[in-house]
Design a protein around this ligand. Structure first.
Ligand SMILES: C[S@@+](CC[C@H](N)C(=O)[O-])C[C@H]1O[C@@H](n2cnc3c(N)ncnc32)[C@H](O)[C@@H]1O
Length: 186
């Protein structure tokens, strides 16, 4: 993890802490190694609801293990499914309910670097995340530009945020490496 990545992750978590509280509902759209899932699980507390998605069995296993180490697996429903299917997987009861949806794009650290998030499915998932967010809820996306296809995906996500300026109050934090995009639903 580079310093940039660490500091953007810390800033994203600070912003998420401002909107998340005990009993809230939240979604981790890219579970990976479970760092963000664990953060969200603690933030929503025992009465909260948390769903996490990843296409890779390895990521789901790593996330489950991280939650188990902290005694929190019961608090999270893990979906081995693409985030572009989150609305279908979660069902209509989640519409307008999520206090936060997080995306940490790219590949699984320590895993297969060829298995990355992709612009088309990422944008489809962002559309769904927006519908699942409640008013005042926060959408957080960290996009990396160092791997093949990463810059194109970061540009596509930035353009998506720009297209949704009427619905989202957006903050974009640039770094020489990744970019953090935050959108608070109006
Ligand atoms: C940078 S990692 C996520 C890191 C994670 N948030 C953490 O805290 O460890 C990106 C993850 O996105 C996953 N991914 C790729 N395409 C996906 C998709 N369509 N839906 C959900 N996850 C996907 C990858 O398998 C990988 O585990």
């Amino acid at each position: 993890m580079t310093a940039d990545r660490r500091s953007l992750t810390r800033l994203a978590h600070e912003r998420l802490s401002e909107v998340l509280g005990e009993g809230d509902w939240a979604i981790d759209a890219t579970a990976g190694n479970g760092h963000d899932t664990l953060f969200l699980a603690r933030a929503v507390g025992p009465s909260g609801r948390l769903a996490a998605f990843d296409i890779q069995e390895e990521a789901i296993a790593n996330t489950h293990q991280r939650l188990a180490q902290e005694g929190l697996p019961a608090r999270v429903v893990l979906h081995q499914a693409g985030h572009e299917r989150m609305a279908e997987q979660l069902g209509p009861g989640w519409r307008g309910r999520a206090a936060a949806v997080t995306f940490n794009l790219g590949y699984l650290p320590g895993g297969d670097h060829a298995k990355t998030t992709l612009p088309m499915t990422t944008l489809a998932a962002l559309d769904q995340a927006l519908a699942l967010l409640r008013a005042g809820g926060l959408l957080s996306v960290i996009a990396y530009r160092g791997h093949p296809g990463g810059k194109a995906e970061a540009d596509a996500v930035t353009a998506w945020f720009e297209r949704h300026a009427e619905t989202l109050k957006t903050e974009i934090v640039e770094s020489p490496g990744p970019v953090l995009l935050l959108g608070r639903k109006k």
